[in-house]
Design a protein around this ligand. Sequence first.
Ligand code: SDX
Length: 430
Amino acid sequence: MTQRTARITFSDSDQVIDLPVLEGTLGTDVIDTRSLGAHGYFTFDPGFLSTASCTSSITYIDGDAGLLYYRGYPIEQLAQHSDFMEVSYLLLHGELPTAQQKADFNNTVRYHTMLHDQMAYFFRGFRRDAHPMAVMVGMVGAMSAFYRDSSDPFDPVQREIAAYRLLAKVPTIAAWSYKYNVGMPFMYPQNRLGFAENFLYMMFATPCEDYHPNPVLSRALDRILILHADHEQNASTSTVRVAGSSGANPFACIAAGIASLWGPLHGGANEAVLKMLEEIGDVSRIGEVIQRAKDRSNPFRLMGFGHRIYKNMDPRAALMRQTCHEVLDELGLHDDPLFRIALKLEEIALQDDYFIEKKLYPNVDFYSGIVLRALGIPMSMFTAIFALARTAGWVAQWYEMVSAAGHKIARPRQLYTGEQRRDYLPIELR
Ligand code: SDX
């Protein structure tokens, strides 16, 4: 089959540039512009609206149809039938595990959940009121200092150990970031518990009494982790890939991803949504908030709405809304005022011409805060939970990149708009 090409012609010269068109398994074809520099041009795409940064076989998103597949499996099926550890295996290895593979993976992660004991002292360098995300950035980055025997990304054995250590220890770091924040003693991971149960134990247990996580709530948290596990080349995953492209150690790369996720336009949106719902306070004030969000002169955005890719309902938002109903019913909170406001806000926004025209739908962050709050998770920990889940995707994406032959350091170019060459001016002449 002949190679399809895209042809660039110029209005002011007879220069012609033919570029290969590459096709993936699913989704949008790409124009391979790697040779464009040799023709004297760069592409220009701040924010990467139309730029594919890599090839990947991990996650597929169809924003118009509202589809999300992890290794080809629809998110709806994984949310219903799978669990977060199995999804982590799938993202990393590309296939669903056999029963033995799943048991081995779970055990390997389980027996890596403890931190080097010196790290417990490391927390003490932070102010007690430090945001848990600040602590997580610092502590995950500090893993570079404690686990140097698994820091070479180009050594397959070290790469695998680092992947397990990150999957296993980030939840412990997240839970201990919370315990430190509230001045409570650290609770060590319990090998008898499942992944989500163990996290709830480390968050809410105390040395003073037994703690048994509610199975319905543990299952809800596990589903939330599945929904947040990976999402193609989003800002934080791209950050991890750019950091990893220089050969930086895996712990530093994941710490960079945590830092990027923290932004309110990205993973920090779930915390911002709850603050917005609390500020709205009553369904009677929804109209006023919608107007503010539509006012182009006002920087206010409806948090939890809109998405770079989804121009249809984010499939995760629908699953999160369903989880909201289940958790609030289990807890007898079906009249939760913030959930009522969120449901009404979604209903009104989706009927508003502005949101319809700009194709702004609820995204994964719109309902997640309500569920997490109902689970007793404090708002300051919402993004930390997102980071805990996304560690599975970040590790899989990093692993895919560093395992590939011939990957190159990420080094974008620019359109220079600064001064022409000029000579130094002595200070007395300025
Ligand atoms: C996540 O990339 C991922 O996959 C991210 C994520 C993942 O799993 O990794 O899905 C997780 O980050 C979800 C998004 C969470 N963020 C928010 O909920 C914050 C609110 N949303 C917006 O800030 C915005 O929608 C973004 C950041 C999510 C997307 O920004 P884009 O793609 O750069 O779009 P844009 O800002 O250019 O908006 C397009 C238009 C603009 O109007 P015009 O300039 O064309 O007139 O839509 C408007 C925006 O003003 N708009 C909104 C809006 N979102 C976009 N107006 C009001 N409220 C909003 N929420």
